[in-house]
Design a protein around this ligand. Structure first.
Ligand code: ATP
Ligand code: MG
Length: 215
């Protein structure tokens, strides 16, 4: 039997993907928030889910360990597009990628061309490209989480991070000073799998497309 594997991360992406799966008649057998299983069966014997770290989703799909995946544009920009077909913006897990600083930091003065700024982020490539476009020198410091702390303890002048409500920034005395881009999650498909398993994958793409456009 031919089978397809869809890679998802826990949290927002999983939750906001459930209605899309339901539209395709796919219902997971377990909830990854409760279960410790990393491979989750569905009501369809030819469809299974694998639960991966959000930043790892493109890697699983690129190598064909998963045929499809759902990943944020933030993650896809950092990872690059090698081996990945990106047919659909699912418009889920929406937020924005921003520059934020301490409330008392004069960002407007810091961003002049030729200026220098120290930025902490997990989005090294995207941040580098952003400040290069502004003709600025940037010292990048790679972090894996709790970015908001960095400007408060003098590790960096600014952070590049995802913001949705701004609540976390505000709670830590930070302000959003620039939006780099809006973010949403995209469907990604392994290019070889799309050719070899088109019978299974194409109907799923069609249902997702209709669910997204409200058709
Ligand atoms: P962790 O937070 O456990 O370290 P993570 O940061 O890798 O893991 P999430 O925070 O669950 O994972 O984010 C996964 C994806 O969800 C992100 O890549 C992004 O596209 C999206 N996302 C992150 N934060 C938000 C947010 N505040 N609002 C909406 N979508 C978000
Ligand atoms: Mg997170």
């Amino acid at each position: 039997m031919t089978r397809i594997t869809l890679a998802l991360s826990k949290g927002r992406i999983f939750e906001e993907t459930l209605p899309l799966l339901a539209a395709a008649g796919i219902h997971p057998a377990d909830d990854p928030e409760c279960s410790r299983k990393l491979i989750i069966a569905t009501n369809r014997p030819d469809v299974r889910l694998v639960i991966v770290r959000a930043t790892d989703t493109p890697t699983y799909v690129q190598y064909g360990a998963a045929d499809l995946g759902i990943a944020g544009k933030d993650v896809l920009l950092e990872h690059g597009n090698a081996g990945l077909y990106q047919p659909l913006d699912l418009n889920i897990a929406r937020c924005r990628l921003c520059v934020a600083t301490r409330d008392d930091f004069d960002y407007a003065a810091a961003v002049r061309p030729g200026g220098r700024i120290r930025v902490a982020t997990k989005y090294i490539n995207t941040a580098k490209a952003h400040f290069a476009r502004k003709s600025m020198h940037v010292d990048l410091i790679k972090l894996y989480g709790s970015m908001e702390l960095a400007p408060l303890v003098g590790l960096a002048d600014a952070i590049v991070d995802l913001v949705s409500t701004g609540g976390t920034l505000h709670a830590n005395g930070l302000k959003e000073v620039e939006e780099i881009m809006p973010i949403s999650s995209r469907l990604i498909v392994n290019q070889a799998a799309l050719k070899l398993k088109r019978d299974l994958i194409q109907p799923l793409l069609d249902v997702f497309q209709n669910a997204v456009t409200g058709a």
